[in-house]
Design a protein around this ligand. Structure first.
Ligand code: MG
Length: 441
């Protein structure tokens, strides 16, 4: 630790956290895609490329809540996608990454899509960001104002040039003369639908509009990297790039099963590359598990502070190639308020699942979370496709994960516990002893 933490204390690094929207695990060149992404490939080659990194949820809003608070979004009451008519949002009582960093003297900006509440008290300027330029929610929602802090720049944001304009504003922020370190949270709208690019990227990829959009996203990353280098900030800037959930209508999960809106790996395992010259060795390939929950504690360490009440852990040793594994508690996978799966080391246990696809109209009676007839256990090291259930061969692993899931669940709000009880058909009286019973399998 010595040298590294010593340096972190004396010189807080600039932090750039870039988030794609609905970009799949297999959608970057460095993860096997045919789409040319030279800038992101370079970030990966010069830094760390995770193979087991998880978004906070299989959908946008909760995933972003996890990223910016370091807590399971079900604890923050943000377990579902928010719509323009919603009057709720990220509570002011939550500590966010920008609030934490501002206390450490950082200047802060959010560029791009917010999606954590569109009423003024929930918007970025009220959550620790000095500067905001972007849209309040997804660009398939209506009305869609483009905002600069509290000002409406366009009543109906023109989609073709969104990536370009976000990028210009982000670059202005990085380039501003200031002594303070900066935190840029750059949350792209791409490649979420509707797919739109500026003129110069139209038909450029020869891989359809999705490929064009991903190429423009990669261009934007290149512009940010170039600006950092030109400002002489390369050796004191951490750049992290990831995605908020798996791909939706188009996009590629690699070998992973499932898509956006599902707790199969394809819905939640996302690309994550991180570059910090001199601190993260080039070509680092962490094998250990990382998560959006870990971003806040990890950035806290780099900024010389500690994250309050996080569900995540500091994964800097993984990111910097100092450790191949870090011991951690179960990683829980929720869909809405429903706890559906948990990961422990190489193992992932599924216990419940929706009866329909996330975005399909439900059958009569609606979309329901149903218990699996028997829990399914997958070995993600040998079976990343989640294709071979090995629960029968590993009953002790199933029991262990299942028991820990229920212990952890008791720390969650009442609605989450109730949803579990309803799904698993556990009678109310059974919980009054203070512990949820383990259902016999
Ligand atoms: Mg998304």
């Amino acid at each position: 630790l010595g040298g590294i933490s010593g340096r972190a204390e004396t010189r807080a690094p600039n932090i750039v956290l870039i988030l794609a929207d609905d970009l799949g695990f297999g959608d970057l060149g460095c993860y096997g895609s045919k789409i040319p992404t030279p800038n992101l490939n370079r970030v990966a080659a010069e830094g760390a490329q995770f193979q087991h990194f998880y978004a906070g949820s299989p959908v946008c809003t909760p995933s972003r809540a996890a990223l910016l608070t370091g807590r399971y979004p079900e604890r923050c009451g943000l377990s579902r996608v928010l719509f323009p008519e919603d009057t709720v949002g990220l509570a002011s009582t939550e500590t966010t990454v920008p609030k934490m960093l501002k206390k450490q003297g950082y200047r802060t900006m959010c560029a791009g899509k917010w999606h954590l509440g569109s009423r003024p008290q929930f918007m970025p300027n009220a959550q620790g960001f000095d500067r905001f330029f972007g849209i309040p929610y997804s660009h398939d929602m209506w009305p869609l104002p483009l905002l600069s802090d509290g000002e409406v720049v366009e009543a109906n944001a023109k989609l073709d040039t969104l990536t370009q304009r976000y990028t210009e504003q982000a670059i202005d922020f990085i380039s501003a003369p200031a002594d303070a370190p900066f935190f840029l949270y750059f949350a792209h709208s791409a490649p979420h639908v509707p797919l739109a690019t500026s003129q110069r990227f139209r038909k450029k990829s020869k891989l359809g509009r999705y490929g064009d959009v991903v190429q423009e996203l990669d261009w934007s990353v290149g512009e940010v990297m170039r600006t950092i280098a030109e400002r002489g900030l390369d050796d004191n800037t951490l750049v992290i790039f990831t995605s908020d959930n798996g791909p939706w209508y188009q996009g590629n999960t690699g070998v992973l099963r499932g898509r956006k809106g599902e707790t199969y790996e394809g819905g939640v395992r996302v690309p994550c590359v991180a570059r910090f010259p001199g601190r993260i060795p080039a070509g680092t390939q962490p094998r250990g598990v990382g998560s959006f929950l870990d971003v806040m504690p990890t950035l806290a360490r780099l900024a010389g502070t500690t994250a309050p009440r996080s569900d995540g852990i500091d994964i800097w040793p993984l990111m910097a190639g100092e450790a191949s594994e870090i011991e951690r508690d179960l990683l829980l996978y929720f869909d809405g308020i429903n706890l559906q799966c948990a990961r422990m080391g190489r193992w992932k246990l599924h216990v419940s699942r929706y009866n329909s696809f996330a975005w399909a109209p439900g059958p009569p009676g609606g979309r329901m979370n149903l218990p699996l007839p028997l829990p399914e256990l997958y070995d993600l090291e040998s079976d990343p496709e989640e294709s071979s259930d090995v629960a029968e061969d590993n009953p002790e692993i199933v029991t262990q994960i299942r028991a820990r899931m229920e212990e952890m669940l008791l720390t969650f709000p009442e609605n989450v516990i109730t949803a579990w009880r309803d799904t698993m058909r556990i009678p109310v009286e059974a919980t009054e002893s203070g512990a949820l019973p383990v259902r016999k399998i």
